[in-house]
Design a protein around this ligand. Structure first.
Ligand SMILES: Cc1cc2nc3c(=O)[nH]c(=O)nc-3n(C[C@H](O)[C@H](O)[C@H](O)COP(=O)(O)O)c2cc1C
Length: 340
């Protein structure tokens, strides 16, 4: 219903301009602020401009699969209101690449940073071929591509995070991107799961650095169920998002930043509901942040609030830009700790 209302033009628009300290330049693109809408809200690229109007600095549409598919049977999304969390097992319900690319092409060059998150069909016989198709069709239409190998709701998908699989997958996608967009190609980002062992994390960091991928998105929803969840839906199968994901996803972000020596820009996502949360992710190593679940509970006023709070925190600590604060809490082996 929300998507329909937004598509019909019933959308709030944030009037105030963003404070200059929130602007950031990354991947040869200029963003007015680092707070983005995470994948899963606008799966079929129906309302990216309405969501930019909420005040987001960038919007990620998708996950888009090559062919249309219905996803899992309903019910498949559960509000854990007492826990400020959601469990979903949507399973990539998607209207498919043709529909999404038509909308993005019609949108044309309206300004505002829009990325597309790509996935594979549940019943495909060619996993990598599905991602290649996404890159081929969408590379000319978006500002970045997010390769989703981390949704918990498509059987086998997360296996693509293994070192050898990542290496093969990214090589094919970089090739497809070059063929589709020889000039100024959009950055290719890998979105990873929070449920990785220490060995898998180290392997993945190494593979990501060697592969030529342009950045990481950390993290998708978790299969873990923290013991302190109180909602009656806590044990529904699916991916958990929202407040309980904040600590584990921020710890993984810090670890990936350290393991990649700060060389790969990271989008931090998971449980952000305030400017302080966004700031924690940035100090842990995120260049940009995204959110979804908190928007469900807080509504559109959340976005300007986070930006106001974030600008105040940067000013309090003497940072004149987001970039200066990225990784301020990180202890990279080769650098002096911040402030010394
Ligand atoms: C209902 C729902 C659907 C989602 N669908 C997708 C998706 O299609 N692709 C994807 O990469 N992530 C998807 N996500 C994960 C979010 O993009 C994000 O990584 C995660 O929810 C953590 O952020 P949050 O705690 O701010 O929601 C979905 C999340 C929710 C709650």
């Amino acid at each position: 219903m929300t998507i329909r209302a937004l598509a019909a033009g019933l959308a709030p628009r944030q009037a105030e301009a963003d404070p200059p300290s929130l602007a950031i330049r990354l991947w040869r693109r200029s963003l007015p602020n680092p707070v983005g809408l995470a994948a899963g809200f606008d799966k079929d690229a129906e309302v990216p401009d309405a969501m930019l109007g909420f005040g987001f600095g960038f919007v990620e549409v998708g996950t888009i699969t090559p062919l249309a598919q219905p996803g899992n049977p309903k019910p498949r999304v559960f509000r854990l209101a007492e826990d400020r969390a959601v469990i979903n097992r949507l399973g990539f319900n998607s209207a498919g690449l043709a529909a999404a690319s038509r909308r993005l092409a019609q949108r044309g060059d309206r300004g505002g940073i829009v990325g597309a998150n790509i996935g594979k069909n549940r019943d495909t016989h060619d996993d990598i071929g599905d991602y290649v198709e996404g890159v081929r069709v969408l590379a000319p239409l978006v500002d970045y591509l997010a390769v989703n190998v981390s949704s918990p709701n498509t059987p086998g998908l997360r296996d693509l995070q293994r070192k050898s699989a990542v290496t093969r997958l990214i090589a094919r996608l970089i090739e497809a991107r070059a063929a589709a967009m020889p000039r100024d190609p959009p950055p290719l980002l890998l979105k990873i799961a929070p449920d990785l062992t220490a060995e898998e994390r180290a392997d993945l960091a190494e593979a990501a650095l060697a592969s030529g991928v342009d950045g990481l998105i950390v993290a998708n929803t978790t299969l873990a169920r923290p013991a302190n969840l109180i909602s009656r839906f806590a044990h529904e199968p699916g991916g958990l998002s929202g407040a309980p994901l904040f600590a584990p996803s921020t710890a993984l972000l810090a670890e990936m930043y350290r393991l990649t020596s700060g060389k790969l820009p990271i989008i931090g996502v998971g449980g952000i509901a305030s400017g302080a949360d966004a700031y924690r992710k940035i100090r842990a190593g995120a260049s940009l942040v995204q959110l979804y679940t908190a928007l469900i509970y807080e509504g559109p006023g959340l976005v300007p609030r986070i930006k106001r709070e974030l600008a105040a925190l940067l000013a309090r600590d003497g940072f004149t830009s987001i970039t200066a604060a990225v990784g301020a809490d990180a202890h990279l082996p080769s650098t002096t700790p911040h402030g010394l």
